[in-house]
Unconditional design. Structure first.
Length: 306
């Protein structure tokens, strides 16, 4: 799929240039240097407490309103081939809940209260849900994206990630570029802590400088059959916690990183949840791979932060 032109994106090239010029600079020269050197930035207090509280309340309300049925998928953070189902592909344009792997027993019955059973909700909250639409757009995010080098940003995906107390699963080392292949590589992750993320409840870990690694694998979708698979590309070993750094983050912190930066998060065996919200955006000027699982139909075009 070719990337949408600015006109398909609902914005004319002229208005984009004009809007960009109006945006404040968000990053200091030191932060720009760190972005180039390390491949990630931690921005404490990016979101005001009231917005964070509204997002948390909305996340809990979505779970409360959720009626599980036999078609509800588990999200395995380790074996992504288990996601090869219609629910994942349908969630590209909808708001769907996915169970934590350990939330269900052998017979598929809930082992924990529903409120603690959800691994994540995705993947079009930023378009379909009014609270998360407001959270995901605005001049601060647009200015930050511009400062990070995103040209004509296209926000493809949003996820609420719960990391539930005691059963929150590991998210193995990976690069987000595997899931949003563009030429050139442009995908950028915006990871918001909605609750305090600590070493105990499964904060992110990253490999500083790992944005210079090659892309190790590509998550490929055969859209004709709805089949998903991981294609190996490069044999560079994944990092370990030695040589990488944890990123504890207080609620309201935004962590940003590029698509080649390896990152992981440990299981949450603590009694505290670790709620986060993520957005993934690419440059509208880059070619978006037709094999990416997440595609949009013509009636639901991808758009930017404004
Ligand atoms: O929130 C987490 O634990 C992992 C998130 C992540 O890996 C991602 O957004 O790519």
């Amino acid at each position: 799929m070719m990337p949408p032109t600015p006109a398909q994106n609902g914005e004319s090239p002229g208005s984009l240039a004009g809007r960009d010029a109006d945006l404040q600079q968000m990053l200091t020269p030191e932060q720009r240097q760190q972005w180039q050197r390390d491949g990630y930035l931690v921005l404490p207090g990016f979101k005001p407490a009231a917005e964070v509280a509204a997002a948390c309340a909305r996340a809990r309300a979505l779970v409360e309103a959720f009626e599980p049925d036999a078609s509800t998928s588990r999200f395995s953070t380790q074996d992504r081939s288990k996601l090869a189902d219609a629910a994942l592909l349908a969630s590209a344009e909808q708001v769907r809940c996915f169970f934590e792997e350990e939330a269900l027993d052998e017979a598929g019955r809930l082992r924990v209260p529903k409120a603690e059973s959800i691994n994540k909700i995705g993947h079009a909250l930023h378009e379909r849900d009014p609270v998360f639409t407001a959270f995901s757009h605005g001049p601060e995010l647009a200015a930050l994206a511009r400062d990070l080098g995103l040209v004509q940003p296209q926000v493809w995906q949003s996820q609420i990630i719960f990391k539930q107390p005691r059963i929150g699963g590991v998210v193995d080392w990976h690069q987000d570029g595997s899931f949003f292949v563009t030429t050139p590589q442009t995908v950028t992750t915006f990871w918001f802590a909605l609750e305090d993320a600590t070493l105990d409840n499964g904060c992110l870990w990253v490999k500083p400088g790992g944005q210079r690694d090659a892309l190790r694998e590509q998550y490929v979708c055969d859209h004709a059959t709805g089949t998903l698979s991981m294609r190996p590309l490069d044999r560079t070993p994944w990092p370990t916690t030695e040589g990488s750094v944890p990123l504890p983050a207080a609620a309201g912190t935004l962590v940003v990183f590029g698509g080649l930066l390896p990152h992981y998060s440990a299981p949450n065996r603590s009694a505290r949840s670790r709620l986060a919200y993520t957005l993934h955006a690419t440059c509208g000027t880059a070619a978006y791979a037709p094999e990416n699982w997440l595609q949009r139909s013509p009636g639901f075009p991808v758009r930017g932060f404004l």
